[in-house]
Design a binder for this molecule. Structure first.
Ligand code: PGA
Length: 242
């Protein structure tokens, strides 16, 4: 049950490959639950899904989406929030019912309570048919950062220096990157029926290698995907160290 690898020639092919798998799931099951991710990596996948929708090949009208994570604290209309990112990169361009799109509440007064409510939402919408993931340079999935121990369920977490630095490119300065986030736990992620993890570029090489080594280590949270029976890595050669 090792992680399957689909090697693509470039970002575009990676994006088309991931979108084709997601589209097939939605065609088979129009009321599918899609687990979605933010970051630069899945943007091309969303672009391709929008293209299919515009071409009349695909409808999201009965789909439900659950996102991995959100900064905390952040307002949903802050253009750096993951809610904003999803609206801008996918939701506003397809026929999804926004009431059926879920992102952890970065605006909640009580973040712990927001996490508990998010787990209830995940339980209510049911197992995701597919979960899309990116991988951090440090091996994180969602905002499950390398640490001595990893959380199973949705929780509040501090961001590591490495992640704050990597995400600073989206903010006016590093000081503006929120230092906390709400994120699905490793267990919440592993509940999906199928997992697609995307990686492109040499910056992901070490994290990908640590994941593909096949063992479990909290130093590389993505390594816990080795516990899941249906994980596919869709990547370019650079992410494989070629
Ligand atoms: P990226 O982020 O897609 O912007 O590289 C990936 C991640 O941190 O999960």
């Amino acid at each position: 049950m090792s992680i399957q690898v689909i090697k693509c020639k470039d970002y575009e092919e990676m994006s088309r490959t991931a979108a084709a798998i997601v589209a097939e799931i939605v065609k088979q099951r129009p009321d599918a639950v899609l687990g979605l991710a933010t970051g630069s990596t899945p943007v091309g996948t969303y672009r391709e899904l929008i293209r299919m929708y515009e071409a009349g090949e695909l409808s999201f009208s009965r789909v439900t989406t659950v996102n991995l994570d959100e900064y905390y604290p952040i307002s949903p209309d802050n253009d750096q929030s993951y809610r904003y990112f999803m609206n801008h990169n996918l939701f506003d361009h397809v026929d999804l019912d926004k009431a059926h799109t879920y992102v952890p509440d970065g605006n909640a007064a009580d973040p712990e309570e927001a996490c508990r409510r998010y787990e209830e939402t995940l339980a209510a919408v049911g197992q995701a048919d597919v979960q899309l993931l990116g991988i951090g340079q440090n091996g994180h999935i969602g905002f499950n950062e390398p640490a001595d121990s990893l959380a199973v369920e949705t929780h509040v977490t501090g961001l590591t220096e490495s992640t704050i630095r990597a995400n600073a490119r989206f903010f006016a300065s590093e000081a503006e990157v929120p230092t906390r986030a709400l994120t699905m736990g490793i267990g919440s992620i592993l509940r999906a029926k199928k997992i697609l993890i995307l990686a492109n570029g040499a910056a992901k090489r070490e994290a990908v290698a640590a994941m593909l080594a096949g063992g479990l280590t909290t130093a590389c949270p993505a390594s816990f995907l080795n516990l899941h029976p249906d994980v596919t890595l869709i990547c370019d050669g650079a992410a494989l160290g070629e």
